[in-house]
Design a binder for this molecule. Structure first.
Ligand code: NAP
Length: 271
């Protein structure tokens, strides 16, 4: 199988390692290449890759939205989220999906974090946040509050949030909020190399029963350390990262892959 990732700067990507580990476990003869492209080639890149023998492509920053007009069909969850991270290149056309969405959902299930009827708070309004919010909504969250430094400043995000009945607040209002549900960090705050930062204070984190960070480097952010200290269930972004890659492979290979494979790769990558 000839697979790859398109994006602008890819030198730090962990995707080749995850896919190579999967090829090893499945005894598949596959390649997964990093393909750095410029914005002016976005229109022709999929046809070119298809003719070069590629069957599957992942898409990352800044092309997750820009690639959408060049797809034959886009899955329902990717349309709602407004971004595609996985493309299946076939002789029937180019099909787009969002496996950040399913990867996040699987990571919650793996950690035993219940969303149904739970009040959820999401920090950040970027591309990752949209997949997470859609996933929380589809899992039956009682309410979804999104925290931004500049609430209601992005019209497309406001429209998206309105459709699922979510509410946007600022960090001052978050400090006044008393809730015991799930708190998810979808900001880059606390990520390597600025690992001493946390998006919110210990006092705020201590109010939640489950604390989730999409960051996987480091595995144990200050944000998650606050949660652990106060007895919350905690989950970092490594399982989601591996699960979104496995979700893409399931689409390309046309078969489901056991959760035990995800767990094995997560362990090999240092949880
Ligand atoms: P992004 O677009 O760069 O940022 C997300 C949002 O965070 C921004 O829209 C912004 O929202 C807020 N933000 C940014 N800088 C901030 C700061 N200094 N202080 C407070 N808030 C800030 O990032 P993204 O692509 O959505 O990704 C977010 C995080 O998720 C990153 O750490 C990324 O590595 C991680 N991620 C992990 C996975 C995984 O598989 N584990 C997948 C995707 C992403 P406001 O302006 O509204 O405040």
């Amino acid at each position: 199988m000839k697979l790859g990732l398109i994006g602008k700067k890819l030198s730090h990507s962990k995707s080749p390692e995850i896919h190579q580990r999967l090829f090893g476990l499945q005894h598949i003869d596959g390649t997964y290449s990093l393909l750095e492209i410029q914005p002016d080639s976005i229109e022709t890149i999929l046809s070119k890759l298809y003719h070069d023998g590629y069957e599957g492509i992942n898409v990352t920053i800044p092309y997750k939205i820009d690639i959408m007009p060049f797809l034959t069909k886009i899955s329902q969850e990717a349309v709602s989220i407004g971004a595609v991270n996985t493309i299946h290149l076939t002789d029937q056309g180019f099909f787009g999906f969002n496996t950040d969405y399913s990867g996040f959902s699987r990571s919650l299930d793996h950690a035993g974090i219940r969303i149904q009827d739970t009040d959820c708070v999401v920090l950040g309004t970027g591309g990752a946040a949209r997949a997470i919010i859609q996933s929380l909504f589809d899992k039956g969250a009682a309410s979804i509050i999104v925290v931004s430094r500049h609430p209601r400043s992005k019209p497309a995000f406001c429209k998206f949030l309105e459709q699922i009945g979510g509410r946007e607040i600022d960090y001052d209002e978050l400090a006044r909020l008393q809730t015991g549900g799930v708190l998810v960090n979808c900001t880059p705050v606390g990520m390597y190399p600025k690992m001493d930062d946390s998006p919110v204070s210990e006092d705020i984190v201590s109010r939640y029963g489950a604390v989730v960070d999409l960051i996987y480097n480091p595995r144990d952010t200050i944000f998650l350390q606050y949660g652990k200290k106060h007895g919350a269930m905690t989950l970092n972004g490594m399982y989601m990262l591996v699960a979104q890659a496995i979700g893409a492979e399931e689409i390309w290979q046309g078969k489901s892959i056991s959760s035990s494979v995800i767990e094995k790769i997560v362990k090999e990558m240092g949880e």
